[in-house]
Write a protein that binds this ligand. Sequence first.
Ligand code: SF4
Length: 481
Amino acid sequence: MTIDIDFFLNTVASAIADKQVPVVDLIAVQTRDPFKVLVATILSARTKDETTAQASTRLFRHAPDAASLALLSEEKIAALIYPVGFYKTKAKHLTRLPEGLNRFGGRVPETIEELITLPGVGRKTANLVVSVAFQKPAICVDTHVHRIMNIWRYVETDTPLKTEMALRAKLPAKHWIGVNSILVAFGQSICRPVAPHCDICPLEKKCPQQGVRPRKRPGVQMDNNSTLKFVSWNVNGIRAVEKKGFINMLPDFDADVVCLQETKAQPDQLSEELRNIPGYTSYWHSAERKGYSGVAFYTRIEPVTVHYGIGDPEFDCEGRVLTLEFASYYLINIYFPNSGEKLVRLDYKLRFNEKMIQFAQELEKKKAVILCGDFNVAHKEIDLKNPKNNVKNAGFTPEERAWMDSFVAAGYVDTFRIFNQEPEQYTWWSYRFSARAKNIGWRIDYFCVNEAARKRVKSAAILHDILGSDHCPVELVYQPG
Ligand code: SF4
């Protein structure tokens, strides 16, 4: 089946007419300045438009042109553009940009071949600058254009570059400049990367929906008596646990929300299968450092908002906190730092811990709060096999336990201990010495709730039998009301 591309693009253009214009187009319309379009495009990679718009405004206040950008230090640029994705790398590129532009007389060049010689400018950015800033024929193929053109089977390609080449040969020239702006807005609002909203899409009857799993439960509102199941699991590497059957395992949890820690992957390192587990939408907050830290959600309930980090660059660059806001509560997914060998990161961890309490207390002013994740601390002697031998070790130092005391004193409840006072209930075991087989472990993974949420907790448990990581999952059943 060949689609009528004029009909498809015109229909989409009407459907997104009231949606927000992509930020780079907005800057182009507002400023007509190729330098600002170029910089905003560099900032926009892997970043939400709203964040790009705010970061661009802050940066352009100090550096409205290449000459003033050259006067800013890399650290200053990083501080101005934070929290755009990969802000440190982008700050490096922007520091070198004025020098790159000098080769073109200080002006932004108008061809793709010249643009891609500039630091931080790939083919996608170059195409966007040529089409948006100079209104010259170019096709900017980003992830949305590549994905949607394949969903429509207008092209059959496996990389954005091949899509660009196929579109150059096939797409009528009148659509070249506008196609990116239309499909980005469409891809962000209706034809979303995970679980597209086909139920409200004007193309639903005609779209081939190649490889698509539409969302199943639009705008789920639980009635007051429904209970929800949450599962939290430190997977010690999502790609490692994928090889151990995670994709088949996830539906078996039958959880409404699954909260993962230590994912150790950036979104572009995830397989299509991991990103599109049927019935779930996933959200990822990754560390800047590859293969390190990171948290994620899989949810079958649509959140009201998603909040990345806690607003502090010192911690947010490590991808440790991700929050979903629902109608009556917040669910905070946390990977607390490990104090490390010889406790070299103990101070860092304690600073993070204090920030976490402040962050939760701010949210608590609005709604009930549930915190879950790998806290990297065993609170009491009952929570690990060999307490006496571990008083000087990461995860059981007096300082870490004192923080947990203060966390409890601030009104947060360890839900597992509401229901179970037994010893030898662990969630983490060393890979060494057959520790799991001998149950020589620690309980360091928790679901905690504030006072407002406590009366809604129905049960809490440890899922000892789930293998695949050195941690096992923990579970909470909750009635939101
Ligand atoms: S019907 Fe679904 S897959 Fe097709 S364009 Fe619309 S949202 Fe995308």
